[in-house]
Design a protein around this ligand. Structure first.
Ligand code: NAD
Length: 392
């Protein structure tokens, strides 16, 4: 988070410097929007804007249950195709995550091809916002990797269809909510494995101590768990290990460490052909997106007797939080609280469905999401309400 915080400050500085200098941020003049025909997706747009050197993609996978909601990833992708692949994969994931969480939104995601440390300019964000605005609310953007709440504030100057802004009418940092959902998911896994959801004396290994992992560590500590940490930042790892009395292991050992539950909270694709034989945990339940390299790896986990909490179910706490700010009565942190806690019950149901159907938990969760989409379960009846203005 250190880096992202720094980026937020930089973007803010940059914007206020432009404003102080009396320079007006002129609206993008040459927004080019090209529709890419991609099977299985409602809309995929390639956006370019010459003046700001913007190249972005907005992918709307499915809006059966409501407008597409999903973050904007800013990354220096090696090629356009790599960015497109990411946008497609992520937007589809959001459809399933939203369907399971019953938030009344569909699946969408956007990517801006740029290095967030060097090429993220207010002009680029404004041009992107103008593109989002052309969709008239069928896609709502938010922060994601490389895109901070401060960046969203700039996007807000061009469109109201953005959530997670850094002010009182917005839902703020999703990390603690995501972490609470993961904590509840870990409790549900414990209940399934041990017949009790008490985490007292259970050994839980966390990979990644960022916004999600560090909050999760706090909740687990107070629940009496024994913790094992690994993070790419050795200073942070040490500081948190001292605070929570945790053991630490090198980066290349966290996935194979012996523990009751492994909580991946850093990278995607960590459950793959190479890592599978080495897991020494009874369950994998963590916040990272796209933990399975392929869906079939969930079946391989099942065959190894490892319980898997599908990531798009267990990490929906942030989505539940951010979507709460679009309710008519406005945002209050207590509104999404009960819904995030229900991730426990949702996962319990998925474990049961998987057991009865002899499927993997991933297949069971995907089937449940498909069922909800097919029958419109959780479909949005009221339009989302945007309570914020460009000023706050
Ligand atoms: P973050 O950037 O705050 O933290 C990521 C942490 O992982 C950092 O501390 C980083 O040093 C560490 N890390 C990077 N590579 C590592 C490695 N090889 N081994 C161990 N640690 C490593 O991100 P976050 O917001 O905490 O999100 C973590 C994961 O959860 C991501 O996959 C994200 O997509 C997912 N997620 C986050 C939210 C949310 O609300 N923030 C919601 C849903 C899903």
């Amino acid at each position: 988070m250190q880096v992202l915080d720094q980026e937020a400050v930089d973007a803010k500085k940059c914007l206020s410097a432009l404003i102080q200098e009396g320079k007006k941020l002129s609206p993008p003049q040459q927004l080019q929007i090209e529709r890419l025909p991609i099977k299985g997706y409602e809309q995929v747009l390639k956006i370019t804007e010459e003046k700001s050197k913007l190249t972005a993609i907005i992918a709307i996978h499915d809006t059966t249950l409501g407008p597409a909601l999903g973050g904007t990833r800013i990354q220096p992708y090696a090629s356009f195709n790599e960015a497109l692949e990411d946008a497609l994969r992520l937007s589809k994931g959001m459809t399933y995550k939203s369907a399971i969480a019953e938030v009344g939104y569909g699946g969408g995601k956007s990517v801006i091809i740029a290095d967030p440390k060097q090429d993220k300019t207010p002009e680029k964000l404004l041009a992107f916002g103008a593109a989002v605005d052309t969709l008239k609310g069928s896609y709502i953007c938010a922060e994601d990797v490389g895109c901070t709440p401060e960046d969203c504030k700039i996007v807000r100057r061009a469109t109201k269809y953005v959530v997670g802004l850094p002010h009182a009418k917005s839902s703020g940092d999703p990390g603690p909510f995501t972490a609470w959902g993961v904590f509840r998911g870990i409790q549900s896994a414990a209940k399934k494995l041990f017949g009790t959801d008490s985490l007292e004396g259970r050994t839980i290994a966390i990979q990644g101590l960022g916004n999600v992992g560090s909050n999760l560590a706090e909740y687990l500590f107070w629940a009496g768990a024994d913790l094992i940490f690994s993070d790419a930042d050795p200073i942070k790892t040490q500081r948190l290990a001292i605070r929570y009395g945790a053991k630490t292991v090198p980066l290349d050992q966290i996935l194979s460490v012996e523990c009751d539950i492994l909580a991946p909270c850093a990278l995607g694709g960590i459950i793959n052909d190479q890592t599978l034989p080495h897991f020494r945990c009874k369950a994998i339940a963590g916040g990272a997106n796209n933990q399975l390299y392929r869906d079939m790896h969930a079946l391989a986990l099942k065959e190894r007797g490892i319980l898997y909490a599908p990531d798009f179910v267990i990490n929906a706490g942030g989505l539940l939080n951010v979507s709460a700010e679009l309710e008519e009565m406005g945002y209050h942190p207590s509104y999404p609280r009960a819904k995030v806690s229900k991730i426990y019950d949702c996962l319990t149901a998925i474990y049961e469905i998987a057991e009865k159907s002899s499927d993997s938990t991933q297949t069971a969760a995907l089937s449940l999401a498909d069922y909800r989409i097919k029958y419109g379960i959780g479909k949005r009846l009221l339009s989302p309400v945007f309570h914020h203005s460009a000023e706050g």
